[in-house]
Design a binder for this molecule. Structure first.
Ligand SMILES: C[S@@+](CC[C@H](N)C(=O)[O-])C[C@H]1O[C@@H](n2cnc3c(N)ncnc32)[C@H](O)[C@@H]1O
Length: 320
């Protein structure tokens, strides 16, 4: 299937005049949302633009982890001049399509001098120290069997790779399924050049103190740049959140009834879906009347309704 990414790129002034802005998506590749403000890439591009504002357009060495379809890289190569770039995904068979999408949508003068494509988990296959590492990786842990379906690695991740990072059964990072994010951050920290940073996206379905603990255990200082309210993508996997909630969390993941959340935002003068200019704390308070647990969200989805969530873009650097 071929899809246009022009509306998404245009939102960030990155649409091309010479390229088609179309990508090919195979069955195991993350899709592109019809409404670009519902796409995680909208949050990614907001964070990447913020980085350019703060640090300028030159990046010597970068890694894009779990690229999925190449669109994150296509946009980054229009934003930055990157000397060496490694692009990864954990699913080997999608790497050729990711590469083709990037090459088909990038003018030759924007291509990095060194560009490589590798398969692997987190930053393990990254061959050099990086000034920027970008990732938007799944959080919810599931068994190997559940990960066999086509789109599963977009939303779910292999518990056997991360459970070892839990320090006890009541580890909050186990409770909120943040061990995969911790695993990623630990691997990223090892591959950062002095002065380098990580941009990582995390769904706001979990408490603030759990997020802070995750960065702290990775030995990283962090700041949140982007806060967005958007539709839960791949809604079939809300069920996995509900299962995880029942088994480990014993509290609630935070989803929202989409129609109710959109109504609240409209009354306050915000668009839905959108990136908002208020803090995550304020947004959670505002949206509280529309809140759902994962189990309630699962029921709403099975009744044919949509559910929403908060999504965050973070920039992290190793603690001094
Ligand atoms: C949510 S999609 C990310 C899409 C896109 N890069 C973005 O920024 O929105 C996650 C992608 O990462 C891959 N992935 C999942 N876990 C991974 C891991 N631990 N290391 C590398 N890639 C991973 C998945 O196969 C999927 O293609």
């Amino acid at each position: 299937m071929d899809v246009s990414v022009r509306p998404l790129l245009a939102l960030h002034d990155l649409a091309s005049v010479t390229m088609h802005d179309r990508v090919h998506l195979g069955p195991r590749m993350s899709g592109i949302e019809e409404e670009p403000c519902n796409d995680w890439l909208h949050v990614a591009l907001s964070e990447l633009r913020r980085l350019k504002q703060d640090r300028g357009e030159n990046i010597a060495r970068a890694a894009f982890i779990g690229s999925a379809n190449g669109v994150d890289v296509i946009a980054a190569l229009r934003l930055f001049r990157i000397g060496s770039l490694v692009v990864t995904d954990i699913v080997p068979e999608i790497i050729p399509d990711i590469e083709r999408n990037i090459r088909d949508n990038t003018v030759p003068e924007d291509l990095p001098e060194e560009l490589c494509f590798v398969v692997g988990r987190d930053c393990e296959p990254v061959p050099w120290e990086c000034d920027l590492i970008y990732a938007n990786l799944p959080l919810v842990m599931a068994s190997d069997q559940e990960l066999q379906s086509d789109l599963a690695t977009t939303t779910l991740t292999d518990s056997s790779a991360y459970l070892k990072l839990a320090y006890a059964e009541d580890d909050p990072l186990l409770k909120w399924s943040l061990l995969p994010q911790l695993g990623f951050l630990l691997s990223a920290k090892e591959k950062l050049a002095p002065g380098g940073c990580v941009i990582t996206l995390i769904g706001g379905r979990i408490p603030e103190d759990a997020i802070a603990e995750c960065f702290q255990r990775a030995g990283m200082a962090f700041e949140r740049g982007t806060v967005a309210v958007m539709r839960q993508s791949d809604e079939e996997y809300v069920e996995q959140y509900a299962l995880y909630e029942a088994q480990f969390t014993h509290e609630a993941f935070l989803f929202y009834d989409e129609a109710a959340a959109a109504g609240i935002l409209r009354e306050c003068g915000y668009a839905y879906p959108s990136i908002v200019d208020v803090s995550a704390e304020e947004m959670r308070l505002l949206l509280a009347p529309a809140a759902l647990t994962a189990e309630q969200a699962r029921q709403r989805v099975s009744d044919g309704h949509h559910v929403a969530h908060l999504s965050y873009g973070f920039r992290a650097v190793p603690k001094a």
